[in-house]
Design a protein around this ligand. Structure first.
Ligand code: SR1
Ligand code: MG
Length: 438
């Protein structure tokens, strides 16, 4: 039974709520100590003083709900006198994108636990976390308002020279280091228990690895794309077979503790700093799911830049291509180097095993990247890289490019061995689609 729901039922039976707090059998309980509820901005102002005790009544506090994600409520509280600020992230009982997705607010515990672990593994690349509240299902964390969400930054054609280094460090630091290659196997199995995440995994199994590949009611496409998808994706039995394999790999592989939703909307950037946020989809799964997710989202940004081409911004596209290529190449290089000093498991040191392991990651990376490209176009959860293209004709072109790239990644996954292979596919598909439309 879901924690929040259970408490709601109990308290409904035993008491009620007033503006002063919750009454349970005639005893007044402090407002935030008993019953979970989704907070408003004004609740959060009381919460940070009365429950979290990180601000006092004397401060000049303001609170703003700043979230625009699919799932949670994000509040920023700031003290005007000192400019001190904090983020309160609260999980609601439903996804914001659609109430069809009922998800236990307890997922906030997973997010807090993994952020604490990531603060040990890659402390400079994640926000600091201060408190977790298992009643209100919220976490207090560092305010990164001086950073920009990477997806937005890429749409604004901003350049960050440190990005490929940082994000490859994040992936190697969190993935290799939580795998059986490095961890004590029993400790790893216990950690897997902490991060069993069935509800959010179920969302990914449905939205990423299933629904885009048939005419599912929940899919949501522009007309021009739907005609293309009906034949190009839904009629392709070879592609669907590869996606069936990928789905079962996602459900059964326990290689490493993944971020689980590693797209450019889950990365904050500013000059000299990269912070990966939003790891509530974390679970033990196949490494390629994280790496592929990121590669797909770089490809979305590349396609956006290509179709909205502005000749004065050619330097941006060159940088983004380099970053896409380097992210994968640096990931492979660092994973391989750190394997040599961090891996102690004797069978993982058998000659040839490292290459076999990395090759499997790369195959899964290509397939997962293909799935992410398809699902953001065909499915319910879109990306601004596509939706921000105002002309529907141009958007359909951009989406066709992404879907054609996806198909090559899925059907030729074993040929995608390094960063330049992704650029080769991007270049040849864009050339073919854009030339044919001239
Ligand atoms: C119902 S949640 C839809 C999507 O938003 C999240 O960020 C994940 O990417 C999920 O698939
Ligand atoms: Mg998210």
């Amino acid at each position: 039974m879901k924690k929040g729901a259970q408490r709601l039922v109990l308290s409904d039976k035993l008491g009620g709520e007033s503006q002063f707090g919750v009454f349970t059998r005639g005893i007044q309980m402090p407002k935030f100590d008993d019953v979970y509820f989704t907070m408003t901005e004004s609740d959060v102002l009381s919460y940070v003083v009365e429950k979290a005790k990180i601000f006092s009544k004397e401060e000049q506090l303001s609170c703003e709900e700043i979230g625009d994600g699919n799932l949670n409520y994000i509040f920023r509280v700031r003290d005007a006198k000192t400019n001190r600020s904090v983020i309160i992230k609260q999980a609601g009982p439903f996804a914001r994108i659609s109430e069809e997705f009922e998800v236990s607010p307890e997922r906030n515990r997973i997010e807090y636990d993994i952020l604490k672990l990531q603060n040990e593994l890659v402390s400079n690349l994640v926000p600091r976390v201060y408190q977790y509240d298992p009643i209100m299902n919220c976490t207090l964390m560092e305010d990164l308002s001086d950073h920009l969400i990477l997806r937005e930054a890429l749409l604004q054609k901003k350049v960050y020279d440190h990005l490929a280094e940082d994000i490859s460090d994040f992936m190697v630091g969190t993935l290799l280091m939580t795998s059986d290659l490095v961890m004590d196997h029993q400790a790893k199995k216990i950690l897997m228990g902490t991060f069993i995440n069935p509800e959010l995994c179920n969302i990914t199994e449905d939205l990423v690895y299933t629904e885009p590949f048939y005419d599912c009611d929940r899919n949501d496409m522009i007309e021009g794309t739907k005609t293309f998808v009906s034949e190009f994706i839904w009629q392709d039995e070879a592609l669907k077979l590869e996606m069936a394999k990928a789905k079962f790999n996602f459900m059964t592989s326990t290689q490493a503790l993944l971020h689980g939703d590693l797209h450019t909307g889950a990365i904050f950037v500013k000059e000299g700093s990269t912070k990966v946020i939003d790891p509530e989809f974390a679970f033990y799964g196949p490494i390629g799911h994280d790496v592929g997710n990121l590669m797909a989202n770089f490809l979305f940004a590349l396609v956006h830049a290509k179709v909205t081409k502005d000749s004065e911004k050619d330097a941006f596209s060159d940088w983004l291509k380099d970053t896409t290529r380097q992210t994968l190449d640096l990931f492979i290089e660092k994973f391989s180097d750190q394997y040599d000093w961090a891996v102690t498991e004797p069978m993982a040191l058998v000659k040839g095993y490292k290459n076999y392991y990395i090759e499997e990651i790369l195959r899964n990376t290509a397939t997962s990247a293909g799935a992410e490209l398809c699902r953001r176009i065909i499915g319910i959860a879109h990306v601004k890289d596509m939706t921000a293209i105002e002309s529907l004709t141009l958007r359909a072109k951009a989406e066709e490019i992404c879907l054609r790239i996806a198909k090559v990644l899925i059907l030729e996954a074993s040929t995608l061995k390094e960063g330049r292979d992704y650029l080769r596919v991007f270049d040849s598909v864009t050339l073919m689609v854009l030339e044919s439309s001239l």
